[in-house]
Write a protein of this length. Sequence first.
Length: 391
Amino acid sequence: MLNKKSNSGIFSSILLVSAVLFWGCGDQMKKEELTLQSTCPPGMELVNGECKVRSMYQQYESLQNGGLGGLKTGLPPGIKDGYSPEQIDLGRYLFFDPLLSSTNKVSCASCHQPNAGFSDGKRFSQGVDSQTTSRSTPTLWNMAFSKHFFWDARASSMEEQVLGPLYHEHEMANTEKGLLEKLNNNSTYRDLFKIAFPENIENSITPNQVYTSLAAFESSLISLNSRYDQYAHGYHEALDSIEIAGLNVFRSFVARCAECHTPPLFTNRQIAVIGTMDTENRPFDRGAGVTFKDSTMDGGFKVPTLRNIERTAPYMHDGKFATLKEAVTFYTLGRGHAVPDSLDLKLHWHIWEPQLKEKEIDQIVAFLKTLTDETFLPQIPKKLPSGLPLN
Ligand code: HEC
Ligand code: HEC
């Protein structure tokens, strides 16, 4: 494919795939060249062919269990990175491509929209044929640090998680066979997968390659560079006095937010029963109680990160709060106030009655808005390997 005589030096490391895409009708045809990046996304460094996350927080000592999260607490061990640049870039195409759904109409990005904090602004999302999901779409920022996936923690790796939306009838409603057939029938994808998985001896795309690529892309969505982070690293002017007051209430032993939403990830990566249900309009969601077959975890959900929280309304697993202020106010209305008498939940002992004043709630909200950082937003592909329109 490469022209040795003129290009060998410059282009030997650049992998190009010619893709012929057909647009519109008649004989109108555009020839496009799709490439896979051979460099890591920003915020990552190429080490022995693998993209590794680089953050100031890696300079700080981490307490084994995350501690209570002082400003200079390090990142927890066990980050899932180390995919090749090509795998990450292939994952990016897959993420945006509605070819992955049974109807060719729904992509991962239909619900995890980059311009909406990788969520979609809705209480419940719409999958194929306008079927709605039963929980609100969570953000994908900093997924690489997660131990559990889904609100109820039912998956324990990014690769395992991906099976959920791909094959769920309310999301992309595909089957493994259907998905592989579509990808294998597409010569551009076949070429791109060969580049991303050069060691593969089989001649066709395998399920694991699809899951690995999507996980690889997710691993590159890192957000650790907000105004709060500048403050944490020592630049005190990054926050104003109201935001600093908010940080202090957030960390206080009255509000106790930081004990679950522990910096720097703003989650302790655990599951907690906090009693945020909307049983008036919906059946009780047992959440982690089902996953762990343990009724003491009924109503338990993954402690979500609060990174980019300003961008991902509405809030909680059922999207019951439209604004950040409502979500924060929930905590001060009293332990278990939203739990109907008919339910006996084992609420986490850090959920109490902090009796925050209106001013303190506003300060917390102001602080939460300093956690916005979308510098490493990935590029949205201009064209997809399938030739389908972006949706
Ligand atoms: C129809 C909307 C929809 C589509 C399409 C969709 N998701 Fe999701 N996603 C959700 C919802 C809703 C949840 C939460 C489900 C739950 O917790 O039970 C979720 C959860 C996740 C999570 C777990 C997040 C966490 O905090 O644990 C990841 C990762 C994810 N999706 C990635 C993807 C990828 C990759 C694709 C494409 C293959 C995709 N999603 C397609 C709606 C969608
Ligand atoms: C005992 C652990 C715990 C404590 C303490 C705690 N949270 Fe939470 N937080 C959670 C869990 C679990 C959820 C998800 C609950 C759900 O979806 O039903 C959550 C959800 C949230 C959300 C919505 C996130 C989203 O993506 O929808 C916000 C905002 C929030 N918490 C802020 C706070 C603030 C502010 C405080 C302190 C006043 C606080 N939390 C204290 C565990 C905790």
